[in-house]
Design a protein around this ligand. Structure first.
Ligand SMILES: O=C(O)c1ccc(O)c(O)c1
Length: 283
C-alpha cells in the first residue's frame, strides 16, 4: 500500500529561483532566506520519497484566461520546465507518475471531487521553485512528481474547506494504491503578499504566524477562514494559502485524535514582495 509519510509547505517566490540560477544565494539578502531551508535539504536526503504530490498554482503559463480548471491533476510521464519570459529555468525536467496519478484521479473523482486531467503541461515557478528550495541544484530531481494545479488566480477560487476535504480524499486515494510507495504531499504558494494595487507590498507577520500555528493544531478551524479574510489580512495573493490546506487535509487528522509531528518551521520577511513560510510535518 502507498502511504503519505510527510508534508512540506513552502512559498514559491520566482526571485528565489532566479537567485539560485544566477548564483546569488550567498548574498546577504538571500542567505537569510536559504538558511531556513538548510535543515530541509538534509531532511529530504534522509527522507527521499518515491513520489511527491505537489500542489501548486499555475501563473497563466500552462493555463490562461481561455481555460481555468479549478483542480487539475497531471497524469503525464514528464513535464517540461516552462518559459515564463526569461527562458526556461536551468533545472531538470519533471518526471511524473502516470499510474499513481491515474489511480488518484479515479479515486478522487469517485469521491465527488471533479478534477481536470492534464496529459501535457509545462510547469512554472509555482512548481519548480519549491523543488529547488528543497533539493538544491541537481542534475535530476530525486523523486517523481504528480503536479496538482489549483486555480487561486481567477475568482471564483475554491474555499479552504473544499481544499481541506479534497486533501482527505487524496489521502484515501493514495492509501488504496496497491504498490508500496512512499508519498509526500507538498502545499505551496503564499504566505502574505500582494503584487498589485494600492496595497502592493502588504505583509502580515502576525496573521501568517497564526496561520502556521493553526495549520498544525487546528487545520479544520483554519479551513473555515473566508476568502475575504485572506484578501484583507494576507493580501490578494495570500489566497494561495488554501493550497496548503490540501496538503494538511491529507495528513494525520487532529479531529480523529492523531496529529502530525512538526519537524521544521521557518518564517522570513521579505523575499521579493512576499513573506516566506515553510513547514515540514511527518505522519
Ligand atoms: O514576491 C514576488 O515577487 C512574487 C512574484 C510572483 C509570484 O507568483 C509570487 O508568488 C511572488
Amino acid at each position: 500500500m502507498a502511504r503519505i509519510t510527510a508534508s512540506v509547505y513552502t512559498s514559491h517566490v520566482p526571485a528565489i529561483g532566479a537567485a539560485m540560477d544566477l548564483g546569488k544565494t550567498e548574498e546577504p539578502y538571500w542567505q537569510k532566506v536559504f538558511a531556513g531551508y538548510q535543515f530541509s535539504r538534509e531532511w529530504i536526503k534522509a527522507n527521499t520519497p518515491d513520489v511527491v504530490f505537489l500542489v501548486f498554482n499555475d501563473h497563466a503559463t500552462a493555463f490562461s484566461l481561455d481555460m481555468i480548471p479549478t483542480f487539475a491533476i497531471g497524469t503525464a510521464a514528464e513535464y517540461a520546465v516552462a518559459d515564463e519570459g526569461w527562458g526556461p529555468r536551468p533545472v531538470p525536467k519533471v518526471e511524473g507518475h502516470p499510474e499513481l496519478a491515474a489511480h488518484i484521479a479515479q479515486s478522487v473523482i469517485q469521491q465527488d471531487f471533479d478534477l481536470t486531467l492534464v496529459n501535457k503541461m509545462d510547469v512554472d515557478h509555482g512548481l519548480t521553485v519549491p523543488l529547488s528550495l528543497m533539493c538544491g541544484q541537481t542534475q535530476a530531481w530525486p523523486f517523481k512528481v504528480i503536479p496538482f494545479a489549483v486555480n487561486v488566480v481567477q475568482y471564483p477560487v475554491p474555499s479552504g474547506m473544499r481544499c481541506f476535504r479534497l486533501g482527505q480524499a487524496i489521502r484515501k486515494a493514495v492509501e488504496s494504491y496497491d504498490e508500496e510507495l512512499n508519498v509526500q504531499i507538498w502545499g505551496t504558494g503564499g504566505m502574505s503578499h500582494q503584487l498589485q494595487g494600492p496595497r502592493a507590498g502588504l505583509i502580515n507577520k502576525e496573521w501568517d504566524n497564526r496561520f502556521l500555528d493553526r495549520l498544525l493544531d487546528d487545520p479544520e478551524g483554519l479551513a473555515s477562514v473566508s476568502h475575504v479574510e485572506y484578501v484583507k489580512e494576507a493580501g490578494s495573493e495570500g489566497i494561495e494559502l488554501v493550497m496548503w490546506l490540501i496538503a494538511r487535509g491529507a495528513m494525520a487528522d487532529v479531529a480523529g485524535g492523531r496529529k502530525p509531528t512538526l519537524k521544521h518551521r521557518f518564517y522570513h520577511v521579505p523575499a521579493s514582495n512576499t513573506a516566506v513560510g515553510h513547514m515540514i510535518l511527518e505522519n
